[in-house]
Design a protein around this ligand. Structure first.
Ligand code: BGC
Length: 951
C-alpha cells in the first residue's frame, strides 16, 4: 500500500515533470506562427519568369502580440520530393539571423531555363523558437537565353494578305480604310503517352489568342501586351500539361493587329496603320516543351511546317476602331484534331526581328468582371441603348438570334447626350464600333478579341426586335494585380467616390498605365501615372506592373537623356519629350515602388537612366531654372483656369511654367540623391544632394518673396513648394497662410490641377487644417470630387467640369470621363481617414504610422491595406463621445499609433489603461492625442473624444 502510494506520488511527480518537460520542449521547439502567402517576385507561384536571381517574400501570422522574426531558413529544390525530405539541392540558406522576410534574394545554384523549382521557408520567432515549415510553393523559369529559342517567327506577309483579301463592303461601311482579316495558324503533332509536363512559350508582334485541342490556353487577353516593339516584346508562359493527350494534338492561334500594327495615340490616325512600328505583318512565335510519361522530351515550335488561313471570321480588328466578326465564316474545329486543313497554305517564315524576348512577369490583362445590363432604352426606332451601370474598359458579348447575314452594329460611349442618344463626340477618332454579322444559327455568340472600348453605354442597331438583356453582357478587362486596399466610411458618397477611383484604375491598366481607355489616346502618359502611383499602390499590388512599365520608360528615353512624356513612345520623329512633371515619373514612380515595397532592385536598374535625365536637364539649364528642353510644358494640367463656369474665376490658378518646372527639377534631383544614397554611391549622393540644394536656392531667389509669396500666387504654387520641401523653415508658415488665402479667394474651393490636387489635401492635413480638407472632400459644388458623383459618375472625370448642369459637356477635344489623376485623392483618404501611412525610414511598411484623423460628416470609417509585410487594418467609430479604434498590425512589423483624444491620459487599450496594456508602449502625448508604439497583433484603443459630426 505504502509502496503504491509512494509509487503513485512518484508517478504523479514524474508525470508533472514530464508534462513540464514536454511543454518546455514544445514551447522552445515551435513558435506559434504560420507562414503564409509565399511569393516569388511578388507573385504566387509565377510561371516562366526570367529574373535569374528571383526574390522571395512571405507573411507570418500569429495570435501573439509583438511577434517578430529573428531568423529564417529557405530551402529550394529541383523537385517536390527532395523538398519534402528537407533537401534543398538548389539552395539551402541555412539559418540566417535576420528580420528580413521580404525581397530575400535567391542565392543558390544557377537556375535553368524551362525548369520548375520548389521552395519553403521556416522562421525563428523573437524567442528563437522555430516555426513549422511553410507549405511548399514553386515557381518556374522561362527561356533565359536567346539560344533556348528554336522557334521561328511565322505568319502571313502583309502583301500576301492584302492581295488575297476579298473586297468586303461591310468593312468599308465604317468609312475607314479596312485592314485585313485576322489570320489563323495551326499545327498538329503526335505524342505517344500522356504529358508529364508541358510548358508553352508564346509571343507575337501584334496580338495572339492561343488554342490547344479546341480550348483557349490561359486567361490572358490582348497578349503579349504593349512594349517598345523596336526593342523588345514579351513572351508568356503557360503550363499546358493537362491540355495534351496521347495521340494527335492540335495547336491553333488567331493573330491580331494590336498596338504593333493598329492605331493608337492622338496621332494614331488611319494613315498610321502599320507605321507605328513599321510593319503590317502579324508575326507569331511558339515553343512547346513536353516531357512525356514515357520519358521522352519533345519540342514543338513554330516554323515553316505550320499552316495558315487568311480569310477567317474576324474581318477586321483595331484597338480604336473596333472589330468586325462575320459568323458566316466561322470555321468549326479549326483548332482541334480531325480538321481538314488541305485548303490552308504553308505559313510565311519571317527573319528574326532582332529584338529582345522578355518574360511577362506582371499580372496579365484578363477579364476582371462580367456586367449585366441595367436598363435599355429605345431613343429611335430600332436603336437600343443599353446602360451597363459602370464605365468600363472592355467589350460586349452578344448572343444573337437573327437571320443569316444580319449586320448588328454596337457603338460604345461613356455618357448619353441630353437628348438621350449616345454621346461619342469625345472619342475623337476612336470609333469604338463592333460589327457582328450573323450566321443564321441559333444563339450566335459574338465577342471581340483584338479591340477594347471605354464605355458605360452601348447602342445596338440592326436587331429585328428589342434585345433581351440576358443576351448581352459587358466584359471588363484590365491588367489584374491583386487588390490590396479597401475603404469604407459612414458617408456613402465617399464610398462611391472611392469605388469610382478603383474602377478608373482598373480601366486604365492594360499592360501600361494609360490616361484614358476611350478616345484616340490611351497612352502611357507619365504625368498621370506620377500623381496616381501612390493611390494605385494602396489599391493594388502594383510592383510587378510598374517594374515592367519602368523598363518601358527606359526604352523610351533618348540617347541624350530626355525621358518621354509617355511610355512606350513610338518615336514619331520624337516630339513629346521631357515635359516637367511627366518626364519626372522616370524617378518618382521607381521611388514609390522602393518606398512601398523596399525594392532596391528597381532603383538599381533605373539609376543610370535617372542620372542621365537629371544631367541632361542640368546641362540644358545651367542657371538651374528649368526653361530649356522642357518639352510641351503642360504644367499643373487641367487646373481651375480651364473650368468653364460663370461662377468660377477664369484665371489665377495656373502655376507659371518655370516655377512648376524648377520645382520638379529640385524634387527629382533630390530623389536621385536619395537613390544614390540607398545604392551606396556616396559621391553621387553628395553631388546631387548639393545640386538639389542649389536648385532650391535658385527657386527661392527667383520665385519666392520675403513674405513667402510665390510667383503666380496660385494654390498650386504654395502646395508644391511646401510638399517638395523647397522653402526655408521661416517661410513655410507664411506660404501656408498664402495657400489658405488663395483657397478663400475661391470661396473655399480648389483651383488645383492634376499635380497639385492631392498635395493640397496633404499639406492642409500636415499643417493642421484637416477640417478644411474634409470640407473640400465632401463638397458638392463645382469643382469637387462629389460633383461628378452627383451626376451619376461611375469613374473619375478628366476635368472637374466634364459635364455641368445647364451648360452641358466640356470641349469635345478633350473630355474623358475615365481619367484617374484627380482620383489621387484616395491616397489622402487612406492616409488621413483610415490613418494608414508609410514611415519612410522603414520602407515596405516594416514600421508604419497609424494616424486617423476623423472629420467632416464621418462617424465611422474602416479599411485595410495588404502591405508587403501583411495585412494592416484600421477601423474607427465614434459612439457617445467615445472614440474606438481597432487596429491590426502584421507580424514582424511595428506601428506608431496616434489616438485622438480629449483626455489622452485616459486612453485605454483592450479595456485597460493603454500604458499598462501588454505590448503597448506610450511614446508621446499632446493635448489632443496619445502616441503609442505597438508590435504585431490586434488592438482596440478607446478614448474620450468628440469628433463633432456634422448633421
Ligand atoms: C492626356 C493627359 C496627359 C496630357 C498631357 C492629354 O491628352 O489625356 O492625361 O497627361 O495629354 O498634358
Amino acid at each position: 500500500m505504502k509502496f503504491i502510494i509512494k509509487s503513485r506520488k512518484v508517478f504523479i511527480l514524474l508525470s508533472i515533470c514530464l508534462t513540464g518537460l514536454i511543454f518546455t520542449i514544445t514551447c522552445k521547439k515551435s513558435a506559434d506562427i504560420q507562414i503564409v502567402d509565399l511569393r516569388c517576385e511578388y507573385r504566387k507561384e509565377p510561371v516562366g519568369i526570367d529574373d535569374k536571381q528571383p526574390r522571395f517574400n512571405w507573411v507570418m501570422q500569429s495570435d501573439e502580440r509583438n511577434q517578430v522574426q529573428s531568423a529564417y531558413r529557405i530551402l529550394v529544390a529541383s523537385n517536390a520530393g527532395s523538398l519534402s525530405k528537407e533537401e534543398g539541392d538548389m539552395w539551402n540558406s541555412g539559418k540566417i539571423i535576420s528580420e528580413r522576410s521580404i525581397q530575400v534574394e535567391y542565392s543558390g545554384k544557377e537556375l535553368e531555363s524551362n525548369t520548375t523549382y520548389y521552395w519553403k521557408v521556416r522562421i525563428w520567432d523573437k524567442a528563437d523558437r522555430p516555426s513549422p515549415w511553410s507549405t511548399p510553393s514553386s515557381w518556374s523559369m522561362g527561356l533565359l537565353d536567346k539560344s533556348n529559342w528554336q522557334a521561328k517567327w511565322i505568319g502571313i506577309a502583309s502583301d500576301e494578305a492584302e492581295t488575297t483579301r476579298p473586297v468586303d463592303t461591310i468593312l468599308t461601311s465604317r468609312g475607314t480604310p479596312p485592314g485585313t482579316p485576322s489570320p489563323m495558324v495551326r499545327k498538329t503533332f503526335l505524342i505517344d503517352s500522356d504529358a508529364k509536363s508541358a510548358m508553352v512559350y508564346v509571343s507575337a508582334l501584334g496580338l495572339y489568342e492561343l488554342h490547344i485541342n479546341g480550348e483557349k490556353v490561359g486567361d490572358h487577353v490582348l497578349a503579349p501586351e504593349w512594349t517598345d516593339y523596336t526593342k523588345r516584346v514579351q513572351y508568356q508562359a503557360y503550363d499546358v500539361t493537362d491540355m495534351l493527350k496521347p495521340g494527335e494534338n492540335t495547336i491553333g492561334a488567331i493573330l491580331g493587329d494590336g498596338w504593333y500594327i493598329g492605331t493608337f495615340g492622338q496621332w494614331g490616325d488611319d494613315a498610321r496603320r502599320g507605321k507605328n512600328y513599321g510593319s503590317l505583318d502579324r508575326k507569331f512565335l511558339f515553343q512547346l516543351a513536353i516531357q512525356t510519361e514515357n520519358g521522352e522530351s519533345i519540342t514543338v515550335v513554330s516554323n515553316g511546317s505550320w499552316k495558315e488561313f487568311a480569310d477567317g471570321p474576324i474581318r477586321f480588328a483595331d484597338m480604336f476602331l473596333g472589330e468586325t466578326i462575320d459568323a458566316r465564316r466561322n470555321i468549326p474545329g479549326w483548332d482541334n484534331t480531325g480538321f481538314d486543313d488541305s485548303e490552308w497554305k504553308a505559313v510565311h517564315v519571317f527573319p528574326d526581328p532582332g529584338i529582345e524576348l522578355v518574360a511577362q512577369m506582371h499580372e496579365p490583362i484578363r477579364v476582371i468582371d462580367t456586367l449585366r445590363p441595367v436598363t435599355v432604352i429605345e431613343p429611335d426606332t430600332g436603336v437600343y441603348i443599353i446602360d451597363m451601370g459602370q464605365n468600363i474598359a472592355g467589350w460586349c458579348r452578344l448572343v444573337a438570334n437573327e437571320p443569316e447575314g444580319t449586320k448588328i452594329m454596337l457603338r460604345h460611349g461613356e455618357r448619353l447626350t441630353e437628348e438621350g442618344g449616345l454621346y461619342t463626340q469625345n472619342l475623337r477618332r476612336a470609333k469604338q464600333e463592333d460589327i457582328f454579322i450573323t450566321s443564321g444559327e441559333t444563339n450566335d455568340v459574338f465577342e471581340p478579341r483584338f479591340t477594347f472600348h471605354g464605355f458605360q453605354f452601348v447602342e445596338i442597331t440592326g436587331l429585328s426586335k428589342k434585345p433581351d438583356l440576358s443576351m448581352l453582357s459587358g466584359i471588363a478587362i484590365s491588367s489584374d494585380p491583386e487588390q490590396t486596399g479597401h475603404f469604407e466610411c459612414s458617408n456613402p458618397e465617399l464610398n462611391q467616390l472611392w469605388n469610382n477611383i478603383l474602377w478608373t484604375q482598373r480601366d486604365n491598366q492594360h499592360g501600361i498605365p494609360t490616361d484614358c481607355p476611350q478616345r484616340d489616346e490611351r497612352m502611357g502618359w507619365m504625368g498621370d501615372a506620377l500623381v496616381f502611383a501612390q493611390t494605385a499602390i494602396y489599391n493594388m499590388n502594383m510592383a510587378p506592373f510598374y517594374t515592367k512599365w519602368i523598363r518601358d520608360i527606359r526604352d523610351a528615353q533618348t540617347e541624350e537623356g530626355e525621358f518621354a512624356d509617355f511610355a512606350p513612345h513610338p518615336n514619331w520623329d520624337r516630339p513629346h519629350l521631357n515635359a516637367p512633371g511627366w518626364a519626372d515619373a522616370g524617378l518618382v514612380v521607381p521611388y514609390r515602388v522602393y518606398q512601398n515595397y523596399d525594392d532596391l532592385r528597381v532603383l538599381e536598374r533605373q539609376y543610370q537612366s535617372a542620372k542621365k535625365f537629371i544631367d541632361f536637364v542640368h546641362k540644358s539649364n545651367p542657371d538651374l531654372v528649368w526653361r530649356n528642353h522642357a518639352g510641351n510644358q503642360y504644367g499643373d494640367w487641367l487646373n481651375g483656369d480651364l473650368i468653364e463656369s460663370d461662377s468660377y474665376p477664369g484665371e489665377g490658378a495656373t502655376m507659371p511654367k518655370d516655377v512648376f518646372a524648377t520645382a520638379y527639377f529640385a524634387y527629382s534631383t533630390n530623389i536621385l540623391a536619395e537613390m544614390a544614397n540607398l545604392l551606396g554611391i556616396g559621391s553621387d549622393a553628395e553631388e546631387y544632394s548639393a545640386l538639389a540644394d542649389s536648385i532650391r536656392q535658385v527657386f527661392n531667389d527667383n520665385f519666392v518673396s520675403g513674405n513667402g509669396e510665390i510667383t503666380g500666387d496660385t494654390q498650386a504654387g504654395y502646395v508644391i513648394a511646401l510638399n517638395f520641401k523647397l522653402l526655408p523653415d521661416s517661410l513655410k508658415p507664411l506660404a501656408v497662410n498664402h495657400m489658405l488665402r488663395r483657397i478663400s479667394d475661391y470661396d473655399g474651393r480648389i483651383s488645383t490641377g492634376f499635380h497639385s490636387t492631392v498635395l493640397l489635401m496633404k499639406e492642409l492635413t500636415d499643417w493642421g487644417y484637416t477640417p478644411l480638407a474634409y470640407d473640400l472632400l465632401e463638397s458638392h459644388e463645382l469643382p469637387s470630387w462629389l460633383y461628378p458623383v452627383d451626376q451619376g459618375a461611375t469613374t473619375i472625370w478628366e476635368r472637374w467640369d466634364g459635364w455641368v448642369k445647364g451648360r452641358g459637356f466640356q470641349d469635345i477635344g478633350m473630355n474623358s470621363f475615365n481619367h484617374y489623376s484627380f482620383g489621387s485623392v484616395a491616397e489622402w483618404m487612406y492616409r488621413t481617414i483610415l490613418g494608414i501611412n508609410r514611415d519612410d525610414n522603414h520602407p515596405g511598411y516594416k514600421k508604419f504610422i497609424i494616424k486617423p484623423e476623423p472629420g467632416g460628416s464621418l462617424t465611422w470609417a474602416k479599411g485595410e491595406y495588404h502591405s508587403i509585410h501583411g495585412l494592416i487594418r484600421t477601423e474607427w467609430r465614434s459612439e457617445n463621445d467615445r472614440f474606438i479604434l481597432n487596429i491590426t498590425v502584421p507580424v514582424n512589423t511595428h506601428a506608431i499609433v496616434y489616438v485622438p483624444s480629449d483626455f489622452p491620459e485616459s486612453i485605454t487599450e483592450g479595456g485597460e489603461e493603454a500604458v499598462n496594456s501588454p505590448g503597448v508602449q506610450q511614446v508621446g502625448m499632446s493635448k489632443n492625442q496619445g502616441i503609442f508604439e505597438i508590435g504585431s497583433g490586434t488592438y482596440q484603443f478607446e478614448s474620450k473624444y468628440s469628433i463633432h459630426p456634422k448633421k
